[in-house]
Design a protein around this ligand. Structure first.
Ligand code: OOG
Ligand code: MG
Length: 255
């Protein structure tokens, strides 16, 4: 346990100081996925003990584009806190991050708890609303390089999230066009179908994975479904906008 606590502290400090750290995995080949999730929990617990509040969970590596970009071929999840929330339309400081990237995503707002093996219909019955969203990811590892175990321990690079206007979850969101623009130029295009074929599958997977860790998705939680396209780098001066067909747009600036 001491060893896992040490990793958790290293990763939490790297995030707090926006200073990259070496990968965890190559130094210790006995480091398993289950241990990586324990490190993630211990590291997020440090945030909670500083007064941050848990606000939900995120899914990561739910699209081919994302898996290929980072060379990790397994779906993973992470924990979200209120300190990661970026107000829609606001400016955020590049200095808070090591090497931030942005991902167009879709977010679910839950009205009922969810855990374990659930059908897509049961998962949707627990959803209050859906919104266009962006995630700011910032690996705490040097050169944004990691294994599956590393990235899980690092809370799947969770760093910031921007949520747009909440809409009716009963619309068909299985195949909505998505564009990501930086300074008015389209840098990525995709479809919500890139998320496991249908974003609802990400919610189903979240319920299962969170339950495997002995937890559940709570009423009031946000669930981020995962990046739809590869994630471009962020730099000061940029205006970043993601638009999801029928759901609307969401934007922020970098300074
Ligand atoms: C890992 C986190 C991936 C997503 O939406 O796929 C992720 C990373 O790319 O650093 O958040
Ligand atoms: Mg993401």
């Amino acid at each position: 346990m001491d060893r896992l606590l040490r990793y958790a502290e290293t990763l939490d400090t790297a995030a707090r100081k926006a200073k990259a750290t070496a990968q965890v995995k190559p130094q210790d080949h006995a480091f398993t996925v289950a241990e990586a999730y324990q490190v993630q929990k211990l590291s997020v617990d440090r945030r909670l003990s500083r007064g941050e509040k848990r606000i939900g969970v995120k899914m990561g590596l739910t699209s081919r584009a994302k898996m290929q970009q980072v060379g990790v071929e397994e779906v993973a999840w992470g924990r979200l806190t209120d300190a990661m929330l970026v107000e829609e339309g606001s400016a955020l400081s590049r200095k808070r991050f090591v090497h931030p990237r942005v991902e167009p995503e879709i977010a679910f707002l839950m009205k009922a708890p969810l855990a374990g093996d659930v059908t897509p219909a049961a998962a949707m019955a627990a959803v209050e609303a859906i919104a266009p969203a962006m995630e700011i990811i910032d690996s705490r590892y040097e050169n944004f390089k990691f294994t599956l175990e590393d990235v899980i321990a690092d809370n799947t690079s969770s760093s910031g999230l921007v949520i747009g206007s909440w809409g009716d979850p009963r619309i068909d969101f299985s195949n909505l066009g998505v564009i990501l623009e930086i300074d008015g130029k389209v840098v990525e295009v995709g479809s919500s179908a890139a998320i496991l074929g249908n974003p609802v599958r990400s919610l189903v997977a979240a319920a299962r994975l969170v339950a495997e860790a002995g937890e559940r998705i709570e009423a009031g939680d946000l669930v981020m479904a995962g990046g739809i396209t590869a994630a471009p780098n962020l730099a000061p001066g940029q205006t970043v906008r993601s638009t999801v067909q029928n759901l609307g747009a969401v934007m922020f600036q970098v300074e």
